[in-house]
Design a protein around this ligand. Structure first.
Ligand code: AHM
Ligand code: MG
Length: 335
């Protein structure tokens, strides 16, 4: 028997594709295309400091060329890979106001749409802190061969075929689910492949970490202020006080809490009554992963994945993570 035990993302997708009637070749190729884009974005993120692509878009670099911001580069790379792959007919991106139609001969029969935040955590891009890419795949609902419409994107999260994120951290990891558990792959730069490193990821039911931007505390609903106070109280049996950890990149905060247990909250505040995070690009894919890992994700009023979207850039509050912790936060919110 071979000692070569690595399972690459490509191998894994092919091995698993028979498990899903929805996930035959085309869908597998689409996931593969996202994996390719992730590798290129990872390379760009790693050499960003050298390549002068940090900072503001529109400014000139020393060669007098226009500097493109890293999130714009990531957006273009994702669109490019999805266009070349031929399986995606349209994309809704956090970076674009409207749907991006893919109008290439290879995409004529494309049956899928993708929503994405190509580079999440914009405040961390320039300062060498973990950032991420987030994506969802849906089957289109309008006829193949016609231009995609918002109808294709206004599908509830529970219709999603796949959701995932890539974290560009101390290593680059791709984590995704197709509704049958969550699997994580670490990029091995020496062979340029994502390798299965975290099979069947599960979020602990309880944790000791709460992640919320406490700078906004005075603007939060009373229930959330009280919940934060509860997290900070000393109580040995419930492992309190909890630790506060807030990176400011949703992907990184979620990835840590998924691994260790914890709760992530972006609440409604006086300034942002619907929260800050976007349903289509951020909350839906992350909620699918957290639920598939055994956790819970809600706006405080309803399950995120059951929300009927009505705007591409719709925002919703989110309480997401270890089930018991989310339930406790809801208890306070609804008091
Ligand atoms: P972005 O899409 O502009 O990067 O904003 C999303 C990010 C999330 O990654 C993070 O959780 C949140 O914004 C942090 O916001 P705040 O600084 O208001 O706490
Ligand atoms: Mg974002």
């Amino acid at each position: 028997m071979s000692k070569f035990k690595i399972t690459t993302l490509g191998q894994f997708i092919i091995e698993r594709q028979n498990e899903y009637p929805e996930a035959q070749g085309a869908f597998s190729r689409l996931l593969r295309d996202i994996g390719i884009a992730a590798k290129v974005i990872s390379r760009e993120v790693n050499r960003a400091g050298l390549a002068e692509i940090l900072g503001e878009a529109g400014k000139e670099n020393i060669q007098g060329e226009d500097v493109k911001k890293l999130d714009i580069i990531a957006n273009e790379l994702m669109i490019d890979c999805l266009t070349r792959g031929g399986e995606c007919c349209a994309i809704a991106s956090e970076e674009d106001d409207d749907i991006v139609q893919i109008d290439s001969p290879v995409s004529k029969n494309a049956n899928y749409v993708v929503t994405m935040d190509p580079l999440d955590g914009s405040s961390n891009i320039d300062v060498n802190v973990s950032i991420g890419t987030i994506f969802c795949i849906y089957k289109r609902v309008t006829p193949i061969g016609t231009p995609a419409t918002t109808e294709d994107f206004f599908q509830k999260g529970n219709k999603m075929l796949a959701g995932g994120y890539v974290i560009y951290g101390s290593s680059t990891m791709l984590v995704y689910t197709t509704g049958n558990g969550v699997n994580g792959f670490t990029l091995d730069p020496s062979i340029g492949e994502f390798c299965l490193s975290h099979p069947n990821m599960k979020i602990p039911k309880d944790g000791k970490i709460y992640s919320i931007n406490e700078g906004n505390r005075l603007e939060m609903p009373e229930g959330i202020k009280d919940y934060i106070s509860w997290c900070q109280e000393a109580d040995k049996p419930t492992n309190r006080p909890y630790s506060a950890r807030y990176i400011g990149s949703m992907v990184a905060d979620i990835h840590r809490n998924l691994s260790k247990g914890g709760i992530f909250i972006y609440p409604p505040t006086a300034k942002v009554p619907n929260g800050k995070l976007r349903l289509l690009y951020e909350c839906n894919p992350i909620s699918f992963i957290i639920e598939q890992a055994g956790g819970k994700s809600t706006t405080g009023k309803e399950r995120i994945l059951d929300i009927q979207p009505n705007d591409l850039h719709q925002r919703v509050p989110i309480f997401c993570g270890s089930e018991n912790m989310v339930n406790k936060a809801l208890e306070y919110l609804n008091k």
